[in-house]
Design a protein around this ligand. Structure first.
Ligand SMILES: [Mg+2]
Length: 121
């Protein structure tokens, strides 16, 4: 079974993400900020996909992504999740190594489409 890491400071968003990823056949792990996400990733470097919020306390999504891409372990697909609908932010996320991005609120259909585009499902 594939493994997803859901990173968002909103518990409600993590719950929504978990439902979607489980229905797409993933086991899921969760983290409430980027620092915790890096800890979880290092414990589970086999993670296949990360759904990553942008705005979080401590270590934000972009900072987590930059740290993740410096790791020498297996690299998961990263779908950046943001409410910021501006091209400069998206460009920054893609430049930092995000594979795809979604705008909140996301749906199962949108997440499935993005994951299919990356080839992880
Ligand atoms: Mg947030």
């Amino acid at each position: 079974m594939k493994l997803a890491l859901l990173v968002d400071d909103s518990r409600a968003v993590r719950i929504a993400g978990r439902r979607i990823f489980e229905s797409l056949g993933f086991n899921t792990l969760e983290a409430g900020d980027g620092a915790k996400a890096l800890e979880v990733y290092r414990e589970h470097p086999e993670v296949d996909a990360v759904l990553l919020d942008w705005n979080m306390p401590n270590v934000n999504g972009l900072e987590f992504l930059q740290a993740l891409r410096r790791e020498t372990t297996h690299q998961p697909v990263v779908v950046m999740c943001t409410t910021e609908n501006d091209i400069p932010h998206i460009t920054q996320a893609l430049a930092a190594g995000a594979n795809e991005y979604v705008m909140k609120p996301f749906t199962e259909e949108i997440i499935r489409g993005k994951l299919q585009e990356t080839g992880v499902i």
